[in-house]
Design a protein around this ligand. Structure first.
Ligand SMILES: [Fe+2]
Length: 264
């Protein structure tokens, strides 16, 4: 059992749900793997207080895909928060995912949880707008007495895959200055790269996480899919301001990715 004052979050990311329940991407039925991941999370004995869903919920940003996402997440009785990725359409999401609005700041006991939008319409890579950077700087200043974790879709630093590293946040140096000048950022959690990494960056730690559908091969210079199963990240926020985190991959015997896939 978790101590009562520990706040457990689960990060789900890169669901890539299509416009039908049968939609397959790289040979994987993304609606079905999302369903299996949710079922795994719902069965945890130490259930989370919230699911943080860090973008690329939809494969193509279509309303129907967000309807299928909402239909599935309704079955688990856990609050959730979401932010957009490059495959999403933020405006369509705001109109379609009506069971949870977009939250940029949440509170769990002493902890503060910030969401940032790194997605830019029509662009694969991430960029933080002036508004987002100002919001972050102001919030870190206002909440300087509290430990903070940040969630966003694109990572700010390389993960070791050349093709994905070109898509990292284009103005990450501006973000780096803000994070480095704060003393209370305990962790930054990203999606987009469909793999687990941990990097010391700007005086904090950046974690990337496995997708709820298919994974990319670590340390690959070009596009390459891995056979690793769908997964998610758990995060325990402790009252003394330290956090623990790890990832869990499901064990799905018939998880088969199409290695001929060239893009997604
Ligand atoms: Fe992405």
């Amino acid at each position: 059992m978790l101590e009562p004052q520990v706040h457990r979050l689960i990060q789900l990311t890169d669901c890539h749900i299509g416009e039908s329940r049968e939609h397959r991407l790289a040979g994987v039925c993304t609606y079905d793997t999302f369903r299996q991941v949710l079922a795994d999370v719902a069965a945890l004995s130490e259930g989370p207080e919230i699911l943080m869903i860090t973008g690329d919920i939809a494969a193509l940003g279509k309303r129907k895909a967000y309807g299928l996402f909402a239909e599935q997440i309704r079955f688990v009785d856990i609050p959730y928060a979401w932010l957009p990725g490059n495959h999403d359409d933020f405006e369509v999401m705001q109109k379609s995912v009506t069971s949870a609005p977009y939250w940029s700041l949440l509170e769990f006991g002493d902890w503060r949880v910030i969401s940032l939008n790194t997605a830019v319409n029509g662009q694969v890579g991430g960029t933080l707008s002036t508004g987002e950077l100002e919001f972050l700087a102001n919030t870190l200043r206002n909440e300087s007495a509290h430990p903070v974790v940040i969630f966003m879709h694109h990572p700010p630093m390389p993960v070791g895959c050349d093709w994905l590293d070109q898509q990292r946040i284009s103005n990450a140096s501006e973000l780096e200055k803000i994070i480095a000048s704060a003393t209370n950022v305990k962790g930054i959690f990203c999606g987009h790269v469909h793999q687990e990494t941990e990097t010391d960056w700007a005086g904090s730690r950046v974690f990337t996480s496995p997708s709820t559908c298919f994974q990319f091969t670590a340390n690959s210079p070009g596009f390459a899919m891995s056979d690793d199963c769908p997964g998610y990240r758990w995060i325990n926020l402790h009252p003394d301001g330290h956090l623990e985190t790890g990832v869990h991959h499901l064990d799905i015997a018939d998880h088969v990715v199409d290695h001929k896939t060239q893009k997604y």
